[in-house]
Design a protein around this ligand. Structure first.
Ligand SMILES: [Fe+2]
Length: 274
C-alpha cells in the first residue's frame, strides 16, 4: 500500500472516533505545505519544556558531549537523555497536528536534535526535498532565537501565499511505488525557473520556540551560518490507523542512528522501530 491510500483510511478511522471533529480537507493538507504554529494557543508547559531542552542541549553542544560533528552540523546522538522534555513537547504538538493538519492519528517516528554550524553550502544547506511520502510532516522547533544571520529555514512558496509551498516529485510513496529520485532530490537548478513562474523564497526567522511544520517534500533548505549558531529539534510524524500508546517512545521513535527513509509499508506504523 502507498502512504496516500493509507492516509485516507486513517482519516476515516479518526472521524469514526471523533465524529464532532472538523475535518481538514485533503486539498488543504497537500496545498498548505508549511505552517508556522501559533504558540499562543499552546499551553505554558510547551515553553517550559522547550526552555529546559534548549538549556540542556546548548550545554551538550558547547562542550561536545553526546554529539557527532560531520562538519556540516553537530548531531546529538543520545536524544533519550531528554526523554521528559521530548515527551512533553510531543504530547502538546502531536494532538495539534492530528486536529489541525491531518484529521487522523499520528505518532512520532523520528527526532533529530542538531546545531547548524557551517558557512559552506552543502547537503541540507542546498535546495532539496526529503523524498519521503508527502504524508510525512516535520516540525522544526528553534531552540534559540533565529534571525537572517543564523540559519533560518527557507522554502519556496507561491507568490503572496505564505505556507503554499512547492512539492517535489516523490519517488518513495510506499510499497507500490519506490524508485530512485532524480538528482538525489536536490533541486537547485529548478528553483531559478520556479522563481520566474510565480514562486518566491520565504525565510522563516523567529524567537526561541518558533515551530514550523512542513510537508517533507516542500522545496526547502537551511541557510548557512553568518554568525552565531542555531539549535533545533526536528520532530517527524507519520499517520497511523490506530493511536500509539504514546506519541514518542524509544520503541518506535529513532534519531540519527537510523536512516531517514521511512519504512515503505505504512501499515507497520508504530509497531516497528523503523
Ligand atoms: Fe530537508
Amino acid at each position: 500500500m502507498n502512504y496516500d491510500e493509507y492516509y485516507l483510511l486513517c482519516r476515516e478511522e479518526y472521524m469514526k472516533h471523533n465524529p464532532s471533529a472538523e475535518q481538514v480537507t485533503l486539498q488543504n493538507f497537500y496545498d498548505e505545505t508549511v505552517v508556522v504554529r501559533n504558540l499562543s494557543s499552546f499551553p505554558v508547559e510547551y515553553e517550559e519544556a522547550m526552555n529546559e531542552l534548549s538549556l540542556k542541549i546548548k550545554k551538550d553542544f558547547d562542550t561536545g558531549k553526546d554529539c557527532d560533528d560531520d562538519g556540516l552540523m553537530v548531531k546529538h546522538n543520545n536524544i533519550w537523555k531528554f526523554s521528559k522534555e521530548i515527551k512533553q513537547i510531543c504530547d502538546i504538538l502531536a494532538p495539534v497536528l492530528e486536529r489541525d493538519k491531518y484529521s487522523c492519528y499520528v505518532y512520532v517516528d523520528k527526532i533529530y536534535i542538531y546545531r547548524t554550524e557551517t558557512t559552506k553550502p552543502d547537503s541540507s544547506y542546498l535546495w532539496h526535498y526529503d523524498n519521503n511520502p508527502h504524508e510525512i510532516v516535520k516540525t522544526l522547533i528553534y531552540l534559540n532565537d533565529v534571525t537572517e544571520q543564523n540559519s533560518p529555514f527557507e522554502y519556496l512558496q507561491k507568490q503572496g501565499a505564505p505556507g503554499y509551498g512547492f512539492l517535489g516529485l516523490c519517488t518513495r510513496k510506499g510499497t507500490k511505488t519506490c524508485y530512485k529520485p532524480p538528482n538525489g532530490s536536490r533541486v537547485g537548478s529548478q528553483v531559478e525557473a520556479l522563481l520566474q513562474q510565480g514562486y518566491e523564497k520565504n525565510k522563516i526567522c523567529g524567537p526561541k520556540g518558533t515551530a514550523i511544520s512542513f510537508l517533507n517534500n516542500t522545496y526547502h533548505k537551511v541557510n548557512v551560518l553568518e554568525r552565531g549558531y542555531r539549535d533545533v529539534i526536528n520532530i517527524r510524524v507519520k499517520p497511523t490507523l490506530n493511536p500509539a500508546p504514546e506519541y514518542a517512545n524509544e520503541k518506535w521513535t529513532t534519531g540519527f542512528e537510523h536512516s531517514g527513509v521511512v519504512n515503505m509499508d505504512p501499515e507497520k506504523a508504530w509497531t516497528k522501530l523503523v
